[in-house]
Design a protein around this ligand. Sequence first.
Ligand code: MN
Length: 208
Amino acid sequence: MFTLINLPYALDALSPVISARTLEFHHGKHLQAYVDNLNKLIAGTDLEDKSLEEIIVATAPHSDPSSPSLPAPTGNLIFNNAGQILNHELYFLQFAPHPSCPAPTGHLKSQIEKQWSTLDAFKTDFESKGVGLFGSGWVWLQANAEGELSIGQYPNADNPVAHGLKPILTFDVWEHAYYLDYQNRRAAHLKALWEIVDWEVVEERYIK
Ligand code: MN
């Protein structure tokens, strides 16, 4: 059984970047629904005791579709709900009202500067790939086994884990993430999100 994660900050703590009302719906309604859906879908299957990452790898659209207990429509539903839980957990847990670490340090800082020259150049690239993602999805900073970084644009619930990559940082570009606060202004929302990114959390994901 999966349960809804607790937010490590108050509902109004990320305002005005993310309002209490957006968080109330995004965490309390959207994420809760993905948790409830996944629990129903995997009840009684061999996925019941697996981790989110294992479920995502097992049901990814490009994985072996021959598992007899998981006909395609169910497998896709499981993938979408498990993906959305993991994506939202990584998303919500990377934010802090007053980040103790407002910029990357250590290995992550060096790697970003090696590949993008400056943090600002990376941010601009990341924002533009988030803005350029058509429809609903997620923009990610992801790493391969050698520690090389790339920016991934994935539709719907897809994520780096389904592609054998390590998820480092993510911005949710589904409209439910920003519409109450920014309406159609996705670019302005993505730019504002940097104010609440806790780079200590992000760096830990990169080096672990
Ligand atoms: Mn979302």
